[in-house]
Design a protein around this ligand. Structure first.
Ligand code: WQD
Length: 334
């Protein structure tokens, strides 16, 4: 049976997508260098699904390894999750980010082309919209004006994929622009586990609730929003993973094309609304204090995800309470 090749398969989004694809009866070959994940995630995926994946440890920049993977496995398509994703880190390490997030994709695309595997799902980000020209954001919104190397690296790869498709219409590409993925698998066996102090809101709240961190700093309450704090489109990681199953079905049906979808819920929640929901659903206090704005932040960002609903027959089903419950359940279980 042909396999789906998943890079970054033990990462936060990669591991949850593996679970949903295995549950949908797909076969998987995975690659990870454990730069932002742990080998034990492979066992957790097996524990959740009862299924194994073929796994290779290594880096997408290692073309010899990629050749080996494509030679030893019959691959029907590739889903690429392997990227560094810390906005703050990317500002201080631009070369590492462009090498890891752009050069590695070029290395992958070269090997895919050599093996005539031209079906590809790429994980992009709402960050490519920069400071969005309109809210809610549709896929036709202008992209660019990214304010950090992480976002710019995603913008560059989107441009590479558009040029690739223009050069050869036999490619079959889906670009997913993630909004704010949060939460964890209901089992509590896999979830988001950033190294060190989390940069993102939900893992930070979870660590404060779990008394691993003292207090949440709320970055600004002077935005033009209902309570002055930043508004984002948080999407449960399970809904996001299920969208990839729909993406696989879409590309299997279409055979060629270039498709771009926002993956969000279409609802925006403020920082204080998230804190309130987290406290309520987990019956726990999350101490916080209002501090100054974080450089590079925008006030409001949430998706119009109607195109994915229409063309992928996919819609986010889990709400903010599920996100808060599952995020806390995961950190509690570790
Ligand atoms: C959310 C809101 C902060 C932390 C980034 C990337 C995006 C994606 C998700 C990878 C904002 C506020 C946060 C804290 C806070 N990453 N906040 N205190 O910045 O919307 O998106 O992460 O794909 O590409 O750009 O997410 O979770 O960092 O912030 O007040 O300690 O929470 O100001 O309003 P962001 P975030």
């Amino acid at each position: 049976m042909k396999k789906i090749f998943i890079t970054g398969c033990t990462g936060y989004i990669g591991s949850h997508t593996c679970v949903e694809l295995l549950n949908a009866g797909k076969k998987i070959v995975g690659l990870d260098n454990f730069s932002n994940s742990k080998r034990e995630v492979l066992d957790k995926i097996k524990q959740i699904t009862g299924k194994n994946i073929t796994f290779y440890e290594g880096d997408m920049l290692d073309k010899t390894l990629l050749e080996k993977i494509f030679t030893e496995n019959e691959i029907e398509m590739v889903i690429d999750f392997a990227a560094y994703k810390s906005v703050g880190d990317s500002v201080s390490k631009p070369i590492e980010y462009y090498v890891n997030n752009v050069s590695s994709v070029l290395s992958l695309l070269q090997v895919m082309k050599e093996h005539n595997v031209k079906t590809f799902i790429f994980s992009s980000s709402a960050t490519v919209y920069g400071n969005p020209e309109m809210i809610p954001i549709t896929e036709n919104c202008k992209i660019g004006g990214t304010t950090n190397p992480y976002g710019t690296s995603k913008l560059y790869v989107e441009g590479i994929l558009k040029d690739l498709y223009q050069s050869d219409h036999s490619w079959n590409i889906c670009i997913f622009r993630y909004f704010n993925p949060v939460g964890a698998h209901q089992s509590g066996l896999i979830g988001e586990e950033p190294n060190g102090i989390p940069a993102n809101l939900m893992p930070f709240i979870a660590k404060v609730a779990n008394k691993e961190l003292e207090c949440l700093n709320v970055f600004g309450n002077d935005y033009d929003t209902k309570d002055g704090t930043g508004v984002r489109d948080y999407i449960h990681i399970i809904d996001l993973a299920k969208a990839h199953v729909c993406g696989v079905e879409k590309l299997n049906k279409e055979k060629h094309g270039l498709y771009i979808y926002n993956l969000g819920t279409g609802a925006g929640y403020s920082v204080l609304e998230m804190v309130e929901a987290f406290q309520k659903v987990n019956n726990i206090k999350v101490p916080y204090k209002i501090v100054g704005r974080r450089a590079g932040d925008i006030g409001v960002c949430y998706a119009d995800s109607s195109l994915a609903e229409k063309e992928l027959n996919w819609k986010a089903e889990l709400g903010i309470e599920d996100m808060c419950r599952d995020a806390y359940n995961y950190i509690n279980k570790k």
